[in-house]
Design a protein around this ligand. Structure first.
Ligand code: CU
Length: 403
């Protein structure tokens, strides 16, 4: 198997592959080389130079060790979205070191069964979005990130919830067959995105291939409403919105590829249009509708977490509301109340709480309805319970008004 995405992987020793820089180089060294060269478009890297990163790692070695006394260690088992890991809403005891394990997995995923559109998704634990991590403010998250030997690419992780070293991105580059451990302190309460950021054009390539997810940092005493009263939820619906830019052939059919990364040049060309072919919830068209629809009951309070690592969105719950909404994600701010649609900035996660009052099917959509209906950004909540005629009643069923 050729690990062609990272040009230095086979010919250069791990030590010499300077972290963070192969990156930008990798963009120009794959099948995209001719494409990139032909256009003479530079690929600026968000990452600083490899030398800088090395210096930063060295600075860590020389710094005083973190004081971990007073922390207790707990493991958090990752679960598949749209579900949330077992957690406390109000923290008990002192601060914790939350141990989390994730694997970078490259896997072929069907994006739309109707058209046969598929993608060699780049994922954390095989999921799009990556698993939801939950901790409390003042806790530490200690992630072991492993890249399996049969992977073709280098991966890392940038936690927007963390502080320093590109969100940990500068310290977590793992090549196939490598693992790394990163510990960071959750100092800001809120919901935050995380994503892979290997460098250069590989950053948007990995992010638009599914490599992103969310962390929720709860206040130690739990969520509060706009007046400071405790706010609790019965369940979590964790929704990751994913924009895909899938290459098409001359006949307009979605291209198929043999392995991860083979679509690189074609994908870059599609990405440059800034026009997604799909914008879906939880990895694929219909991933949260039909049999896979989200379930709730009248009276149930649901915390909806919406992650979008790359592109703006505007969630709306058709038939319901956002009773309490932290659209920018910060739990340090009072939530907005009773709003119809909220804004999720690309590169962030937001949260909204709603208590269902009527049974039926509610569509949770990106209220750019073109994206909801034509590109896939629709989920369904199927809600059981008693209908309330005071809230709504069909007084006259549709009938002809001709006399
Ligand atoms: Cu990656």
């Amino acid at each position: 198997m050729t690990k062609f995405i990272n040009p230095g992987l086979k010919s250069t020793s791990r030590r010499n592959v300077l972290r963070g820089s192969v990156l930008a180089g990798a963009a120009a060294m794959t099948g995209a080389a001719s494409f990139a060269a032909a256009r003479r478009t530079p690929t600026p890297s968000i990452a600083p130079s490899a030398r800088f990163i090395e210096a930063e790692a060295q600075a860590q070695v020389q710094a005083a060790p973190a004081d971990l006394s007073g922390y207790t260690r707990v493991k958090q088992e990752m679960v598949a979205p749209p579900f949330a890991p077992v957690h406390e809403q109000v923290a008990t005891g002192g601060p914790k070191i939350i141990e989390v394990y994730m694997e970078t997995q490259e896997r072929l995923m069907v994006v739309d069964e109707d058209t046969g559109a598929s993608i060699w998704a780049l994922t954390y634990d095989g999921y799009v979005p990556g698993p939801l991590i939950i901790c409390h403010e003042g806790d530490m998250v200690e992630l072991t990130l492993r890249n399996p030997e049969d992977s073709l690419m280098e991966h890392n992780i940038d936690f927007h919830a963390s502080t320093g070293a590109l969100g940990g991105g500068g310290l977590t580059h793992v090549f196939p067959g490598e693992e790394t451990v990163l510990r960071w302190k959750a100092t800001k309460a809120g919901v935050f995105t995380y994503h892979c950021a290997p460098g250069g054009a590989m950053i948007p390539y990995h992010v638009t291939h599914g490599m992103n997810g969310a962390v929720m940092v709860l206040p130690r005493d739990g969520l509060k409403d706009n007046e400071g009263n405790p706010l609790r939820y019965d369940s979590i619906a964790y929704i990751g919105e994913q924009d895909y830019y899938l290459p098409k052939d001359e006949d307009g059919e979605f291209r198929q590829y043999e392995e991860a990364g083979e679509d690189y040049a074609d994908s870059l060309e599609a990405m440059r249009t800034l026009t997604p072919t799909h914008s879906v919830f939880n990895g694929a068209v219909g991933a949260l509708t039909g049999e896979a629809a989200l379930k709730a009951k009248v009276g149930e309070t649901v915390l909806m977490i919406h992650n979008q690592a790359n592109r703006d969105s505007r969630p709306h719950l058709i038939g319901g509301h956002g009773n309490f909404v932290w659209e920018a994600g910060s739990f340090n701010d009072a939530p907005a109340t009773n709003i119809e649609s909220w804004f999720i900035r690309g590169g962030s996660a937001g949260a909204a709480i709603y208590t269902f009052e009527q049974p039926g099917v509610y569509a949770y959509v990106n209220h750019n309805l073109i994206e909801a209906v034509l590109l896939g950004a629709t989920a369904h909540f199927v809600v059981d319970g008693e209908w309330d005629n005071e809230l709504m009643e069909q007084v006259v069923a549709p009938r002809s008004f001709a006399t």
